[in-house]
Design a protein around this ligand. Sequence first.
Ligand SMILES: NC(=O)c1ccc[n+]([C@@H]2O[C@H](COP(=O)([O-])OP(=O)(O)OC[C@H]3O[C@@H](n4cnc5c(N)ncnc54)[C@H](O)[C@@H]3O)[C@@H](O)[C@H]2O)c1
Length: 299
Amino acid sequence: MRYAITGGAGFIGSHLARLLLRHGHEVEIVDNFSTGTMANLAEIKFMIKFHDIDIREAQELGQALAGKDGIFHLAALTSVANSYDCRQEYEEVNVRGTQNVLEVAAEHQTKVVLASSSAVYGNPSAIPTPESADLRPENPYGITKLEDEILAKRYADRTDIVALRYYNMYGGDPGSSQAGVVSRFYRNVMSGSPPVIEGDGRQQRDFVHVEDAVQATMHAMEKKTGSLAINIGSGKSVSILELAALFIRCSGRGLVSSFGREPQGNVRESRADITLARELLGWEPQTKLEEWVESLFRR
Ligand SMILES: NC(=O)c1ccc[n+]([C@@H]2O[C@H](COP(=O)([O-])OP(=O)(O)OC[C@H]3O[C@@H](n4cnc5c(N)ncnc54)[C@H](O)[C@@H]3O)[C@@H](O)[C@H]2O)c1
């Protein structure tokens, strides 16, 4: 199959590109390299066709996405903190950009798997959170993801669109400049500094390994699912205090966590109900956070 990945130079997109190539698919990447890099794709870049395009540019995007067997739409601005300061840019990229992608997909009747987020639930009405829970995002980033899902429903009578509500992703090289608390704690302890916990650390997060998430993402494209939203998490949660303690234990250093200000729009508890992903995608997350963190320090 010939697939396009918007945001393919980013963290998740680059892992998805590798997986699709391993499965014998052709991959084209649409990215403006605002946060994504060629370094993320170093050993596979010669196997990929690149479109250095901003998803806000509808005409160029249309040419790049036409004639594909499927579109993985991952391109977005992803920082909750920045989304407060740059609301308009987040709207333009995450919502108008998504509309541009869906417009092309609908015109060519191409299936889309799009990256939504657990942020659409805000502070969830139920834990573990099923897809039917209330959607009431806590921050501007989450609002853009909810707007994407609303758009997806509007286009669903013209083509299949699966919105994957990704939970907190980890994996890859945590020593790189990846955002996210797992890689931040890794870099902290490796430099001999204590993990810096934002807030009281009692907030619970569902961490899912990027390799597991991209498997689910590929299945979502391949299976006949119709249009719907599916949670992609591990189904388990740990507190940030526990995560920091895990890094300190594994590092073998006598560090004591320090505490910083709780960021705006932070959610207290997050844990996916992954029944639907199991049933529809035949998917089961394989990597356990604790084992993965332990393996980092055995290298
Ligand atoms: N990483 C997570 O934990 C997580 C959790 C929930 C949802 N998501 C969603 O998954 C998707 C991928 O996230 P990621 O962690 O790989 O982020 P990332 O920042 O590593 O990747 C995003 C990619 O999109 C590209 N991009 C940004 N603006 C663009 C534009 N205007 N035109 C073209 N390309 C543009 C960037 O250059 C980058 O390569 C995003 O939609 C994100 O909201 C991620």
